[in-house]
Design a protein around this ligand. Structure first.
Ligand code: PLP
Length: 370
């Protein structure tokens, strides 16, 4: 067992290497810094990750979700079915366009939305489903697309954590009406801040391009009311450098997860659904029948960075409580259970073999002690 003085292993380690810095400086020297050639090249190159879909770059993952809902015409009176077990941005994007989230439960195995719960939640106001590929595990898109088709619903994939994940060999972001990615520094690849919307529908792609830039295609010939959600070329240039490394980083994340799966016995390691390719944005274990706080403390004492994503399901966050300050009438037992049990351990590509051994050994100590 490694002693208490061993170096702290951070839960995430965003890469800003020499190549990223050189790319940023190169773009700054050109003077073309907003939605210029780097953004166009980034969009073109990202398409390879999503089966050649149209790609529209924006300034964050949240913007990607919000702009997509705007482009689909969602607003007051409309409902979007979304898992409560996600980052608040998923539901925030729905509220930001004036629509209402309808929270549904997850499948315990994948931590992603339960298709049966989605089907049960479809009502007269439902306009869209927003599955989240949580932790890098693809949601059950085959079943979800069938439900959406049956009820005539749009599907907006929240792929913020899942660059390169796939189901049955088909990449996330290439199933739904649109896919939304984030390039925040802790994600599997980043552009400082940034996001990408992917869609097979050229008309939707054009609407998205209009809406991200004040409703303009031709300068000062504004066609609709739009926002400013443009990406900078500095961000795009950094994103392009990262995109070239994504495949190697993903393999490393998967290899790290495989090692941890084999070595960790005192906690429940993350299951993977059949035919799913998990890209391990997070490596999320469960502490079952134990004290999760104590396990976290033990990990921290042993120098292992760790975090809970997410301790409070969205339906229990303040903006989503009802007028009495209470959660709505949601029945989300698997969500509540996951929120109480999960811990994410480091899995990022910068880990060394000895780091991985320390993480696994510490997880076994913490799981046993909990
Ligand atoms: C990070 C994240 C977002 C938002 O992305 P930003 O780029 O931070 O705006 C949305 N959904 C999920 C699930 C995320 O993890």
């Amino acid at each position: 067992m490694t002693g208490q003085n061993a170096e702290f292993i951070p839960p995430a380690r965003p890469v800003i290497g020499e190549a990223e810095i050189e790319a940023a400086v190169r773009v700054l020297r050109t003077g073309r810094v907003v939605q210029g050639p780097e953004v166009a090249a980034f969009e073109e190159e990202f398409a390879e990750l999503v089966a050649g879909r149209h790609c529209v770059a924006v300034n964050s993952g949240t913007s990607a979700l919000q702009l997509t809902l705007m482009a689909l015409g969602l607003g007051p009176g409309d409902e979007v079915i979304v898992p409560s077990f996600s980052f608040a941005a998923s539901a925030n994007s729905i509220r930001l366009v004036g629509a209402e989230p309808v929270f549904v439960d997850i499948e315990p195995g994948s931590f992603c939305v339960d298709p049966a719960a989605v089907e049960a939640a479809v009502g007269p106001r439902t306009k869209a489903i927003m599955p989240v590929h949580l932790y890098g595990h693809p949601a059950a898109m085959d079943k979800l697309m069938a439900i959406a088709e049956k009820h005539g619903l749009a599907v907006v994939e929240d792929a913020a954590q899942a660059h390169g994940a796939s189901l049955n060999g088909h990449p996330v972001g290439a199933f739904g009406t649109a896919g939304c990615f984030s390039f925040y520094p802790t994600k599997n690849m980043h552009s400082l801040e940034g996001g990408m919307i992917t869609t097979a529908d050229p008309a939707l792609a054009r609407t998205l391009r209009l809406l991200r830039n004040q409703g303009m295609e031709q300068r000062y010939a504004n066609e609709v009311v739009g926002a400013n959600m443009r990406l900078t070329d500095v961000a795009a240039a950094i994103g392009r450098v990262q995109l070239r490394q994504l495949a190697d980083w993903t393999e490393q994340r998967r290899a790290n997860a495989k090692f941890l799966d084999a070595r960790i016995s005192a906690m429940v390691t993350p299951p993977v659904a059949d035919n799913a390719r998990h890209v391990y944005h997070q490596y999320t274990v469960r502490v079952v029948d134990g004290d999760r706080d104590a396990a976290q403390q033990r990990l921290t004492d042993l120098g292992i960075g760790n975090a809970v994503y997410y301790p409070t399901p969205i339906h229990r966050l303040k903006p989503y409580l009802n007028a009495d300050g209470e959660p709505g009438p949601w029945d989300l037992p698997e969500t509540e259970k996951a929120a109480a049990q999960v811990i994410s351990l480091p899995v990022h590509p910068s880990l060394s073999q000895s780091d991985l051994e320390r993480i696994a050994d510490a997880a076994n100590v913490a799981g046993g002690a909990a």
